[in-house]
Each structure stands twice: as structure tokens, then as C-alpha cells.
Design a protein around this ligand. Sequence first.
Ligand code: UD1
Length: 338
Amino acid sequence: MRVLVTGGAGFVGSHTVVELVAAGHDVHVVENFCNSERWIVERIERLTGQSLSLDELDIRDREAMRSSMHRFRPDAVIHFAALKSVSESTQQPASYYDVNVTGTATLLEVMREVECRQIVFSSSATVYGQPEACPVAEGARVDPGNPYGRTKLVGEWMIRDCASVPGAVLSAAILRYFNPVGAHPSGLIGELPRGVPNNLAPYITQTALGLRDHIRVFGDDYATPDGTGVRDYIHVVDLAKAHVAALTLLSAGEARALTLNLGTGRGYSVLELIETFSAVVGKPIPYVVQGRRAGDIGECWADPTLANTVLGWQAEKTLEEICADAWRWQQACVSAAE
Ligand code: UD1
């Protein structure tokens, strides 16, 4: 298939491009590099063994999108391009609505113009907010607790509305990611947080490398087995493969607007993650328990049964592989910067 990928140099985007090419798809990336690096493109090319077709543009630029889509004529779009920091979204909500909502609306309009009829949308488990119970299935109440999550939910609504127009031809897979972590096993691509990481996994690898003094464990008084927060950490390569499976499902004409949880179905605590990383790194990684982080929840893990069933996919990589791959990538990043 001819697949246009927005945000294809980002963390999940870059891994998905590699899996798409490996599956034989013809890929074109649109990317503005606002939160990714140009050298990732060369890394993708090394992994795929072919040059990457790419337009540097902003998805809100309707003319640029039109021109790119008219030339490439995609059968399907995978839409990653978005702003993704929860904390930043509370400081700059209008920017988040502009990029994540206006950008998605522009994309949907241009898709209609060029008669592109399939979309895979990068959403987040953040849309659930504080879950009433775990594991969380797709029918659970949605109530995002921050602007970032709300922009993702609006994106979902827009896509579902477009797919329910009478006589509509759009079909969609809305993928709600739990906590994407890990890196490509080659060590060539991975997550590139700017500044001090907000997320736990990059904070752990940076501490293991001595770039940070210690991990701050945000709360040990949650109603969880060891009191620390529990999350469903999913390897980014498993996540990328789910996107390829979602495309296959859409192209078979078997979905209209399908919403799927992408997680492993198993939760790990902050301390379990630190312990597993310590074992992989071969030394203890220092941490200090602090108070809870505002807006955090105690536990959140997925019921991925629907994705397992309809996609014929399941997350396969273990927590040890997640830690080993993230650690390899962290070390490679530092040696590249030296
Ligand atoms: C966060 C985002 C979510 C996003 C996800 C991407 C929030 C409220 N949610 O989820 O929208 O999709 O990242 O991976 O920010 N922790 C520490 N110390 C740290 C960092 C985190 O103890 O320095 C703890 C947290 O309290 C939590 C767990 O580690 O229990 C995971 O945190 P994090 O990686 O930030 O992910 P989420 O908060 O689950």
C-alpha cells in the first residue's frame, strides 16, 4: 500500500516507518521536525536499506499538505504528528489545540479531497484519565485530565464523525497507546526527550548513565502492591507492528471506526522498572521517594483483548528486552554526542 506517515521521524513514527517498509509498503513521510531530529531520517534509511521519501512541512499548512498528497496519492494515512507533553499542554493549551486538533482537521479535509479513505490515528490511554478499574477496556469512561488528553479525544471524535457520514468512505483505526518505551534493538533509533525527561523510562536511563543524580519516585503511598505507580509499559517495536496490522485490517475493508487499546495487559510498578533496569545495567540505580506528582494516577493498565483478537497481534517483548533496548539506545545517544 501507499502509506503517508505524518510525524514519521518521531519516537513511535520512526519505528513504524521501519516496520512498514519491512512489510513491503511504499512510505512517504511528512514531518516538520519540531520535536524530532533530521539525523533520524538517515538512521531510518540505514535500517530499511532504502532512501526515505519525505516532505518537510507542517500539517496545518493546507496547501503544502495538498501538494504532498496530490503527488503521493496515498491509499492510507498513519497520523502521528502532534504535540505530546502533558505538562507543556497545561502551560500552552491553545498550541496543543492548534497542532493536534486543527492539524488533524486539515489532514482529514485534504484526505477527502484526494480520496484517501483509510486512517490510523495515534491516540493515548490518557483519554481515560483516572480509570474506574483496571484492566481498562475500550468501553471504559473517557475523561482526560489535561489539555493534551482532551486534544487526543477531540481528534478521535473528528475521525469517528468523518467515518459516520452517511455514505462515508472513510475507515479508521484509533489506537490508544498505554506507555510506549524501549527502542529499536539496533540502537539506531529511539526516544529523544528534549531537556529533563518527564517520563520515567528515559529518566532512569539518564540516571544510570550519570546524567542525573537520582530518580525521583513520585509517591509510594498508592493502593498498589509496593505503593508506587503501576503502568502498562509497551515496547515501541511491538507498538509499531500493531500499526502495520491495523492497516492490513483497514485494507481488508473490515472496519469502519475501530478503537483499540495497545498495551501488554500487565502492569509494572516504578520500583519494578527501576529494579529491572538496574539488573540490565549491572549496578543499582539511585532513587529517592518524593511526594506524588500532580495529576498522576495510581494504576493504569490495558485490557488489550480486542486488539489481540481483531489485529491478530500481541505485544511480545518482555520488560527485560524493553530495558536492554532502551539502555543500548541511551548509551549510543551519548557516544554520538561526544
Ligand atoms: C505520561 C502521560 C501520558 C503519556 C505517557 C507517555 C501524564 C499525566 N501522562 O503518562 O499522557 O501518554 O506519559 O509515555 O503525564 N514517575 C516517577 N518519576 C519520574 C517520572 C515518572 O516516579 O521521574 C512515575 C509516575 O508517577 C508514574 C510512572 O512513573 O507512576 C510513569 O510515569 P510517566 O512515564 O511519566 O508516564 P505516565 O504518567 O503514565
